[in-house]
Ligand binder design. Structure first.
Ligand code: AMP
Ligand code: GLY
Length: 436
């Protein structure tokens, strides 16, 4: 199979790394990739928002499958355009991607399907927001409806903060048109877990679970980021919990999407909070998580291309999907100053060690030399690498990840020291401290 992966982060490097091991693969391209994917595949310089150029590239290389990493191109209809030209695609249609692209859509779908979620209201003007806020004293969560690069979630302690957050979205338009509709939600507490299912429109695979860390600093301090680390699988993940989540959340959603005429194909990612009243959905994403993918791809024991093609073609055999029982921990190395201002162009040393089953290094913001084509690996973004360790326990995986990380360096490198530490598991994102 000739395969084109869309995206340029560590998630896409991890996908390329896993797909590269498939005996079904003949040739691999990544658009636009990074220095890490350049060692496994041919990078093609196309922005992931350029749907027309991506379709043209897939046609030019006669791709047998396109694997889409980020949500942006899915929300813009990349899967629909590929479908029109007969190229199988792993990722949902524009209509199905609404599950991530509109929080109001997702909540409405959940309410219809009886899926446990916070009490909520979707509002289009500040007056309606005020009505909901005044009848719901206490903490509330205010969310911009649309895609806001993980920034449109505001945790509010009281009604006054909630009013200010609504104003920020609606009058100040801090998130542009993503905030023209605002969702107000009941504030929930509990450990968070990211849950993933491969779907073919009707059926879904056995679930996989991981936890991610959104805050910049140790002890979940500091600003939100695109993700500072992850591990799989959490101790709290039991077969009973998995069965409950499959029955009460994942299956009803896949059924409801099919009934609405937009069957869900690709990966369905549920961000859940395990409340005292059971698991509830905080959000759905229409793609794999970053940095969760970096700790899930090593656990995927089935052939990734068989699996992704079966999802694309509506032929998934759930029994064929197997997850390895090993543990993995991923630690993000980021540029000094990230997620605010940071400098790039620094040489990265310590990358020449071959990846083993015990550790892997997945690239995000990296490029080969100043021209991006040849030369030593340089930093080129805020999130630079995810260093992954594997082992028989989370603790062993964690030690291996950090030992490997210590042998890599670049000027200004920053990372968290407490990813998957015993004290910090199951409490990676205390919601009270804000949101991503
Ligand atoms: P989201 O992008 O919707 O997953 O929200 C980002 C983060 O905000 C989540 O990981 C939670 O930590 C927090 N959050 C979102 N919704 C709620 C809620 N209803 N109650 C408490 N925390 C929430
Ligand atoms: N890990 C959070 C996300 O991918 O959205």
């Amino acid at each position: 199979m000739k395969v084109l992966i869309v995206g340029s982060g560590a998630r896409e490097h991890a996908l390329a790394w896993r797909i590269k091991q498939s005996p079904n693969l003949t040739r691999l391209w990544v658009a636009s990739g990074n220095a890490g994917t350049a060692a496994l595949a041919e990078n093609i310089e196309i922005r992931s928002s350029d749907v027309g150029a991506l379709v043209a590239a897939a046609q030019k290389v006669a791709a047998d499958l396109v694997v889409v990493g980020p949500e942006g191109p899915l929300a813009l209809g990349l899967a629909d355009r590929l479908d029109e030209v007969g190229i199988p695609v792993f990722g949902p249609s524009q209509a199905a991607a609404q599950i991530e692209a509109s929080k109001a859509f997702a909540l409405d779908l959940m309410r219809d399907a009886g899926v446990p979620c916070p009490d909520f209201a979707a509002v289009w003007d500040e007056a309606s927001a005020s009505t909901y806020i005044s009848s719901h004293p206490g903490p509330l969560v205010v969310k911009a409806d649309g895609l806001a690069a993980g920034k449109g979630v505001l945790i509010c302690e009281d009604s006054q903060q909630a009013q200010a957050a609504v104003k920020l979205c609606m009058s100040d338009r801090a998130f542009g048109e993503a905030g023209d509709t605002v969702v107000l939600e009941e504030y929930l507490t509990g450990p968070e877990v990211s849950v993933f299912a491969f779907c073919d429109g009707e059926r879904l695979s056995p679930l996989a679970a991981a936890c991610d860390y959104k805050r910049l600093g140790d002890g979940n301090q500091g600003p939100n980021t695109g993700g500072m680390g992850s591990y799989s699988q959490p101790d709290l993940w039991t077969p009973e919990l998995a069965a409950q989540i499959e029955r009460t959340i994942m299956q009803p959603v896949v059924r409801a999407m099919s009934e609405r005429g937009s069957p869900y194909k690709g990966v369905l990612y549920a961000g859940l909070m395990l409340t005292d009243a059971g698991p509830k959905v905080l959000e759905f994403n229409c793609r794999l998580g970053d940095p969760e993918t970096q700790v899930l791809m090593p656990k995927l024991a089935s052939d990734p291309l068989d699996l992704m093609l079966a999802c694309a073609q509506g032929k998934l055999d759930p029994a064929s999907v197997r997850w390895d029982t090993k543990s993995y921990v991923g630690v993000a190395m980021v540029s000094g100053g990230y997620p605010e201002e940071y400098q790039t162009g620094f040489e990265i040393s310590g990358l020449d060690e071959a990846d083993s089953g015990e550790t892997m290094v997945f690239h995000a913001g990296t490029k080969l030399g100043p021209d991006g084509i040849s030369g030593p690996p340089l930093t080129s973004g805020g999130r630079v690498l995810t260093v992954v360790g594997g082992g028989d326990s989370i603790e062993q995986a964690r030690q291996r990840a950090y030992a490997r990380l210590e042998r890599i360096s670049f000027q200004g490198a920053n990372w968290r020291r407490d990813i998957a530490s015993a004290a910090n598991q199951g409490a990676a994102n205390p919601a009270r401290q804000g949101a991503g």
